[in-house]
Design a protein around this ligand. Structure first.
Ligand code: ADP
Ligand code: MG
Length: 237
């Protein structure tokens, strides 16, 4: 279910001392903005999970990432933080248009990611939109989509905007994220995803995360990944 907007993590790790990740590296050791650190602290996130610790240093350097870690391991922050930080460093403003696109395979996952983005970005000035179709009025979206900096979307709805929204412009895209990449790269989305990718600038950072490193994820030529970091994190216990 979607997390509550206020203090979404409160019930999980409300006392930092008892954090499941105490003893691992803290978020404060990362080269990230005070705004993001404040938001993390506000939500009682203190220490990184394994996949976050493995991938964030690379992602924050602008490298392409192929990250695999099981469900529940904290992959959302592993891409939301680099997205927010990239636009922060580029001094992105609401009028600069689409700087990042985060693609999720389902509306529910997109909505959950959007909630995380909202609280991580709460002290930043970016605009963000959840484009997932369903009952939401696409006409209203079309009027607003060009004023959004970060799009969290399902493949179908994103392609619909690319095809139908006048002046839809993602030529300045900085970071593309595929969450649950193995599912998005699956045959069911193949046509849609290829159509999307063909309209995106090739010069960009690409972050792929999934629970498993499947064959389709390794079929990466069409995503034009540049020398990606392969990061796979498995439970030790
Ligand atoms: P995944 O995408 O890998 O399935 P999520 O990003 O959805 O995992 O995170 C799973 C849960 O872990 C969420 O409730 C999230 O708030 C929590 N979480 C993520 N990172 C941390 C962290 N560094 N410290 C404490 N809890 C975390
Ligand atoms: Mg996830």
């Amino acid at each position: 279910p979607p997390l509550p907007t206020k203090s979404p993590i409160g019930r999980l790790d409300s006392t930092p001392t008892f954090s499941r990740y105490a003893g691992t590296t803290s978020f404060h050791q990362l080269p990230i903005s005070k705004r993001t650190k404040d938001a993390l602290r506000r939500a009682n996130f203190t220490h990184m999970t394994d996949i976050q610790r493995a991938s964030l240093p690379h992602a924050l350097c602008g490298r392409d990432i192929l990250g695999a870690a099981k469900t529940g391991s904290g992959k959302t922050l592993a891409f939301v933080i680099p997205v927010v930080e990239k636009l922060h460093r580029e001094r992105w403003n609401p009028e600069d248009g689409v700087g990042s696109i985060i693609i999720s395979p389902t509306r529910e996952l997109a909505a959950q990611t959007f909630d995380v983005l909202k609280w991580v970005g709460k002290y930043h000035n970016f605009s963000a939109g959840l484009l997932i179709g369903g009952r939401k009025d696409v006409q209203v979206e079309k009027e607003r989509v060009n004023g959004l900096n970060i799009l969290v979307c399902t493949p179908g709805r994103l392609l619909q905007h690319m095809d139908e929204t006048p002046n839809f412009d993602c030529s300045q895209l900085q970071v593309l994220v595929l969450d649950e990449a193995d599912r998005i790269l699956d045959v069911g989305f193949k046509k849609t995803l290829n159509a999307i990718i063909s309209q995106l600038p090739k010069r960009r950072q690409t972050l792929l995360f999934s629970a498993t490193q499947t064959k389709s994820v390794q079929d990466l030529a069409r995503l034009s990944l540049k020398d990606p970091e392969y990061l796979s994190v498995h439970e030790k216990s």
